[in-house]
Design a protein around this ligand. Structure first.
Ligand SMILES: *Cc1c(COP(=O)(O)O)cnc(C)c1O
Ligand SMILES: [Zn+2]
Length: 388
């Protein structure tokens, strides 16, 4: 298989950069870089029917993945997670076509595996050996796991109230864990300082170009697993936003390759009432989101007070005709047990937030009962036992 990666492009000022150098953000405007591909070449090389013969993981889309040499791919089998019809949940809340993509079945039990498999593999290809990251939880565990598999060093800076599972998974896979008395933004400051001092490469959400390429494969899978027919709406628990902007990128790439038409799902971002910078900015009609003060929620994955990709998230939501809304921690807890008792899935609080949001959107009349709606369960509830 051959990757059709050509270069990097700034998502804001459109400056371009070669893809064979170590770079994090646009050096002109400090905004997010996206990998770009020769999509005409990829289109000629890969007929989507041929995907059926490929391994059931996210690297099946190799032509549009950023690693050039297959030997550099560090995989634990991430991706190609199942989509289940949530029949009993749908009956309960009055919707006839509710589906859940279960990202809790990924290695390290969250969809962070996708982003980190892509980023750590590409880092290895570029000769990087030491990685760092501030993380409220699942990203750290995933980074440590892929770094271990790739024989690389992982440094993690984590708020000390992060779920215990995330702390343990970093340590057990040999990561260097620093617990701090503060928020994810404080962990970021420390991580950047150590990165500068010790030559560590920071793989924070959207602050290097490749994690988003792992997350975008959710968009490819949703299309492939639904016979190239996208749902009417996708509800996504939004922290740094890599998943929502990644899927949005995937849809554009697939349309350019002729795999899907112009129809797009309405994209809904869900955040916690105690940390909702994107929801606030959406309601205010702002292009960027102001950082959230005193962020608080049990859902560590969406406890992200400021997202560098805010303009990309807000752009995708608005272009899609979707929206943004908040849910409370109590609502998340209630829906964790509701989904477990109706569907047999022990989903994470962030995933439960999407089911709460669906109910609210139905009640408000923003979504109708017969629409085809996909919820992303982004991780396993088993990682949150101590915070429940
Ligand atoms: C990180 C995380 C999220 C948020 O993902 P982003 O792509 O950063 O918005 C949601 N749920 C879980 C379980 C997470 O770990
Ligand atoms: Zn730029």
């Amino acid at each position: 298989m051959k990757s059709y990666l050509t270069h990097l492009e700034c998502t804001y000022c459109h400056a371009t950069y070669p893809a064979d150098e170590v770079i994090r953000l646009c050096t002109e405007c400090s905004k997010v870089l996206y990998p770009r591909y020769d999509l005409a070449g990829a289109r000629d090389a890969l007929n989507p029917d041929e995907l059926k013969n490929r391994p059931a993981n996210m690297w099946r889309y190799f032509e549009v993945m950023p690693v050039l040499d297959e030997a550099n791919v560090i995989t634990l089998g991430e991706g190609f997670t199942p989509i289940f019809k949530a029949e009993r949940l749908g009956d309960k809340i009055g919707a006839s076509a509710v589906y859940i993509k279960d990202e809790g079945l990924n290695p390290t039990a969250s969809f962070k595996a996708r982003g980190l498999s892509a980023a750590v593999s590409k880092a290895k290809e570029l000769g990087i050996t030491k990685l760092t990251m501030p993380s409220a939880g699942n990203a750290a565990g995933a980074m440590a796991a892929y770094a271990a598999k790739g024989g690389m060093e992982a440094y993690v800076f984590m708020p000390k109230d992060a779920p215990e599972a995330n702390q343990i998974e970093v340590s057990i896979s040999g990561g260097d864990l620093t617990l701090i008395d503060g928020l994810i933004s404080d962990a970021g400051v420390l991580s950047r300082k150590r990165a500068a001092e010790e030559g560590l490469f920071d793989v924070s959400t959207l602050q290097e170009p490749y994690r988003v390429e792992g997350k975008k494969t959710m968009g490819y899978e949703i299309a492939e697993q639904s016979d190239w027919e996208l749902p009417d709406a996708i509800i996504y628990p939004t922290g740094g936003g890599t998943g929502i902007v990644g899927m949005w990128k995937a849809f554009a790439e697939m349309e350019e390759m002729g795999w899907i038409g112009p129809k797009r799902p309405k994209m809904y971002a869900v955040q916690a009432e105690g940390c909702a910078p994107i929801v606030r900015a959406f309601r205010e009609g702002a292009e960027f989101a102001e950082p959230w003060e005193n962020a608080q929620t049990m859902a560590a994955g969406i406890r992200v007070p400021g997202a560098i990709g805010d303009y990309l998230i807000l752009g995708a939501i608005r272009e899609s005709g979707g929206g943004a809304l908040t849910v409370t921690d109590d609502e998340m807890k209630y829906y964790m047990s509701l989904v477990a008792s109706l569907e047999g899935m022990f989903i994470c609080p962030e995933g439960a937030a999407t089911a709460v949001a669906l109910n609210k959107l139905l009640v408000a009349g923003d979504l109708s009962p017969d629409e085809n709606i996909l919820l992303l369960n982004t991780g396993s509830g088993l990682k949150y036992l101590d915070v429940m």
